[in-house]
Design a protein around this ligand. Structure first.
Ligand SMILES: Nc1ncnc2c1ncn2[C@@H]1O[C@H](COP(=O)(O)OP(=O)(O)OP(=O)(O)O)[C@@H](O)[C@H]1O
Ligand SMILES: [Mg+2]
Length: 377
């Protein structure tokens, strides 16, 4: 039998294909029909990782509701396509805000729908679920996520994992080693920076500035400079198409359509990349400040490891052009973008289920919420 190196560097023989593994979740493995599911319940997107299959679902955290009877009309991709295009009788909402549940009932319905989609509805036993929460979560917010997952069909207890820890595991950072590993997860609602050593978060900082705030800054800039009112979807499209954290040499441009603020009529303007860079400067400075504050609070031995290894960027926001260069420039610490950064948290949550024994002391429980574990917002 060939044992591989454990992705978490925990030095225990690890054979992912074996049904009879040593400490790695042997107990759970006997339940052949149980699915192991890692969920990234994000502000912008919900991703589901199933053991042995990888990422099986990646849909926007969006729900469309009928206003008259509060009935759910659509969830995920279908609901997102309705954003800004619905009649008065349908309302499109995002039940997650800033990484936490803003509307409990809708979040639960959305989770149930996604979980049924991946388990196929018919189950002999409930799936074992690991779901991520921001590091700065309160015990009430933490309880809401666990309860929503259980109500949606997860086996009790649904496990929770701080997002930076899941991101680091998903980025294949060897967090079991006694060395400082830094991860910065830039999502839609929150940016979380953390230094991790020996499976635990040593220092962390969570700010409610991420992809959505970047979109808002672009929309505000275009309104101010071009008198053009655009929606959040268009602002995001501008960010993804020509956005950059630092000026681009070729300064690409694109046509942006919206409503003229003065005449109220539809209008098209040409926006250049350098304008987007200018618009993003302020929210990006807040992200830089959060990363710097984590570095400043990191104990010296771990800080020297971080300088050697560099920080790893995860989350959809890490796909913004040159954000790694900006962070490296502003902090003096090398910066790398993880492979498929938007998937790291979900993959990490799923992998964490396979390493519950070694991770347990770093995971929040009802008795010991994250705040009591020294993880700070
Ligand atoms: N190519 C890209 N360039 C810039 N930003 C991008 C790109 N692709 C995705 N994003 C942004 O990434 C964000 C979504 O990232 P992600 O899915 O990691 O967020 P989330 O996990 O749902 O949010 P959170 O972790 O804050 O709860 C969105 O704001 C989206 O606009
Ligand atoms: Mg996220």
């Amino acid at each position: 039998m060939v044992f591989q190196t454990c992705p978490l560097a925990c030095r225990v023989p690890y054979n992912p294909g074996s049904a009879r593994r040593s400490r790695h979740g042997a107990r759970q493995e006997r339940l052949v029909f149980t699915k192991w599911i890692g969920i990234d319940l994000g502000t912008a997107n919900c991703l589901v990782y199933v053991k042995g299959k990888g990422i099986v679902l990646n849909e926007p955290s969006v729900v469309a509701l009928s206003v008259n009877d509060n009935r759910i009309v659509a969830i995920g991709n279908e609901a997102r396509n309705m954003l800004g295009r619905t009649p008065g009788t349908i309302q499109v909402v995002r039940p997650m805000r800033d990484g936490v549940i803003a509307d409990y009932m809708i979040t639960e319905a959305m989770l149930r729908y996604f979980m049924q989609k991946v388990t196929g509805g018919f189950r002999l036993s409930k799936p074992q679920v690991m779901i991520c929460v921001p590091a700065g979560v309160t015990s009430v917010e933490q309880w809401a996520v666990r309860d929503a997952a259980e109500q949606a069909g997860a086996r009790k207890p649904a496990h929770l994992i701080p997002e930076p820890l899941a991101a680091a595991i998903g980025a294949r950072i060897p967090i079991g080693s006694p060395a400082g590993n830094m991860v910065v997860d830039i999502g839609g609602g929150t940016t979380e920076a953390a230094v991790i050593s020996m499976y635990g978060i040593v220092v962390s900082q969570s700010v409610r500035v991420a992809g959505n705030k970047l979109d808002d800054a672009i929309a505000a800039y275009i309104k101010r400079k071009h008198n053009l009112v655009i929606g959040s979807r268009t602002a995001e499209e501008v960010k993804v198409t020509i956005g950059s954290a630092l000026p681009l040499h070729d300064n690409p441009a694109m046509e942006v359509r919206g409503r003229d603020q003065l005449t109220g009529l539809p209008k098209t303007v040409v926006v250049h990349s350098w304008e987007v860079t200018q618009a993003l400067a302020e929210p990006l400075s807040q992200i830089v400040a959060a990363v710097r504050s984590v570095l400043e609070a990191t104990p010296p031995e771990l800080a020297s490891d971080v300088i050697d290894r560099g920080m790893v960027l995860t989350g959809g926001g890490a796909l913004l052009r040159n954000i790694d260069r900006l962070l490296a420039q502003e902090t003096g610490v090398p910066c790398h973008v993880a492979h498929e950064p938007e998937k790291c948290v979900a993959i990490g949550a799923g992998l964490a289920l396979e390493h519950l024994d070694v991770l347990r002391r770093s995971l929040p429980t009802d008795d010991e919420p994250l705040a009591a574990m020294g993880v700070t917002a």
